[in-house]
Structure formats: C-alpha cells, structure tokens
Design a protein around this ligand. Structure first.
Ligand code: G6P
Length: 371
C-alpha cells in the first residue's frame, strides 16, 4: 500500500530516499568520538587478522560491485592483496585458499546460494570467512566466522539501493579496522577518514535534494534503447552498477566500462546521440581526473550525448558536458556512495516512465536461493 511506501510510488524509490539514514545507521556505534574503529562484531582475533596475507571478496550482482569498490579502499589502506570474484566463478576454479586467507562474503539477503556455496567451500579449506550482510540471522552470516551487519533496514525493491550503499560503508569500516589492527595507517589518518564517512549522510541527502534534475533527464530518455556508463578507479564499479540498474529495471541495453578501456574497443560503439554517463573522479587525484576529462572529450567529439557526474566546483568538464549532475566534494575512495545515487534515481524514473514494475522487474528475484 501507499502507506507502507511512505507515499512513494515504489519501495525502490522510498529506499533510495532512505539512504542518508541507512548510511548513518551503518556507521552508528562503530567508531569512538576520536575516530578509532570499534568493530566488536568482528570475532576474529587481532592476531589472526594480523596474520592474513590475502583477502578474497565473493559476491553476486550489485553486491559484487560493492566488493570491487572495497578492493580499492582495502588495498590502499591495508596493503593486503585483495581479489574480487563472483561467487559462482570462485568456487569452480580451484582457488588458492589457506588459513591466512580472509574470505569476505557480501550479500544483502544472506541467502544467495552461489555465495553460500562459496563460503562453505572456503571454510572447508580452513580460511576465515567474514560476512557483510543486511539480514539478521540469515544463512550466510550463520555459517561465517564473523559478520558485519549493514543495518540498512529491510530492502523490498528487487534492485538493491540502500543495501548497496551500506555495503560500501561496511567495507570501508572493515578496511579501516584492518588498517588499525595491523598498524598500516596512523590513528589520525584513520580518524580523518572516519570524519569523512560521518559526513556521508548529509552528502547523500544533498544529492537527493536534486532528484528532480535527474528525473528531468530520465524523461528525455524514455525512448532510449542503449546507454553507456564510464568511470575509473572507484568510479568504475559505479559505472557497472549504473548499467546493471538499467538492465534490471528498464530492460534496455546498458554497459559500464573503465574509461581507460574505451580506446581498446568500446569507443567503436559511440554514435551520434548515444547517451553516456560519465563518473568523473574528484580533482584531488589529478592524474585520474585529467584522463577522465580526455575520455569525455573523445566520446563527445564522436557524437555521444554526455551526462557528466562531477564534483561541485569542477569547471574543467563543463565544455564537454551536455548535461551536468553535481556531486558533493568527497574523497575519491568515498565518491561511490554519492555517485551511485543519481544513477539509481535515473533507472527508477526511466523504468517508471516506460511503465515497468520497478519493484518486481521481470525474470528477477530478490534473492536467488538456487545455484
Ligand atoms: C539477486 C538480486 C540482485 C542482487 C543479487 C545478490 O540477483 O536480484 O539485486 O544484487 O541477487 O544478492 P545478495 O542478497 O547476495 O546481495
């Protein structure tokens, strides 16, 4: 009913707008006033955490894109090699697992059979398994050595939104916690990131406050048959997620690429009027930013209709943006939390305009409990 949806037309839209609260809840009680991590729920001893020599994150669908973002953050903060793998691929390729491997399973539902089988396999090989999960008492956390709950609240829409952003938060917390335990970052460096994280709810809110601008873009694209998404670094998984959302909800062809890969093939797809979303990294990472601007220039010269997501104050992209969506200024590694929001809004609105059932997309299930 409309009441359950707080007056929104879809659970998905309601859940998109719940994200500031969800992010705040995911952070709640997990750090001290002075910015030290307190993750008591990680019931793996500090000694065991210090002995880890490799992390493998397994997940499916949207959760796997959270894993890809996590890799950038965890490796940067901890210097532990971190691999990401789709759960169903992981299990059948004879992966190298030891007692020093930490396997992290990310699952909103905690019931995805592919991911469950992956962690069972990992535990048989004596690796430690840590779950990042939204559903209390579900199977994956029950079968793991430890769990970080994402505290997003129940997610009803089949396409994950608040589940995803809170997975990102949990991954950041895990990365910072490992850095703290292993001493790869100083306390004040960790506290600075915790401070940035604490501001994310207001940043997400700022993006939501401009939802109408995104809806207007969606209204112009109701007849679109294909959309591309470009990103780099932590923005690359967000490009993939933006494309997945369109496949799931609008049933149109959509693909995400790493911007650096364009010249190795995908640029051949660019034609007059093709909409391309471009996630521009913050200017703080100069080399990344500059390369993204060049990529946008190149596709625009070939006729692409560029819909550019760039931080407030970044004027360098203005000449190459047909449409500009502003993002709050946040560090590169945390940008996915704000950059994904306009892409969620776009997919939700486009599917609505096309007359599709946003909460129950065809052929999809909220959790896939068969392999
Ligand atoms: C299904 C859903 C996706 C979800 C994926 C992983 O395919 O339709 O939205 O991302 O499962 O789900 P999980 O609950 O393991 O995160």
């Amino acid at each position: 009913s409309a009441a359950e949806k707080d007056g929104f037309d879809w659970f998905m839209r309601k859940e998109i707008f719940e994200q500031p609260r969800a992010v705040a809840d995911a952070l709640l009680g997990r750090h001290t006033e002075s910015g030290a991590l307190q993750l008591d729920e990680v019931r793996i001893s500090e000694q065991e955490l210090r002995d880890i020599d490799k992390i493998i994150i397994v997940a499916c669908g949207t959760s796997c894109y959270a894993a890809m973002v996590a890799k950038y953050a965890i490796e940067h903060w901890t210097r532990i090699p971190c691999e990401v793998e789709l759960s169903h691929e992981f299990r059948y390729r004879d992966p190298i697992l030891t007692r020093q491997t930490l396997v992290v399973a990310i699952s909103q539902s905690g019931e995805t059979a592919d991911t469950l089988m992956a962690i069972r396999y990992a535990r048989e090989q004596r690796s430690k398994v840590l779950a990042i999960c939204n559903t209390n008492g579900s199977t994956i956390p029950r079968e793991s050595d430890a769990v970080i709950y994402t505290h997003a609240g129940p997610e009803i829409g089949v396409a994950s939104t608040k589940g995803f952003v809170t997975q990102l938060i949990a991954c950041y917390l895990l990365g910072l916690y490992l850095a703290q335990v292993r001493g790869t970052k100083f306390g004040d460096e960790i506290a600075a990131v915790v401070d940035d994280l604490a501001r994310m709810p207001e940043h997400v809110q700022a993006v939501l406050d401009r939802a109408d601008e995104v809806y207007a873009i969606a209204a112009q694209h109701a007849a679109t048959r294909s959309v591309l998404f470009l990103g780099r670094h932590a923005g690359f998984p967000i490009a993939l997620e933006g494309a997945l959302k369109l496949k799931e909800l609008a049933y149109i062809h959509a693909e995400g690429f790493a911007a650096g890969e364009l010249k190795h093939g995908p640029i051949a797809l660019i034609e007059e009027g093709l909409p391309v979303f471009c996630v521009v990294p913050p200017r703080g990472r100069d080399e990344l930013h500059q390369k993204m601007v060049s990529a946008i220039q190149e596709i625009r010269a070939r006729g692409a209709h560029t819909i550019v997501l760039a931080e407030e104050g970044d004027e360098s992209i203005a000449p190459y943006a047909d449409v500009l969506i502003r993002l709050p200024r946040v560090p590169t590694l945390l940008q996915p939390v704000v950059a994904v929001v306009p892409l969620q809004l776009f997919a939700c609105e486009l599917a609505t305009q096309m007359g599709h059932d946003v909460d129950q997309p065809r052929n999809l299930a909220k959790s896939v409990t068969v392999e």
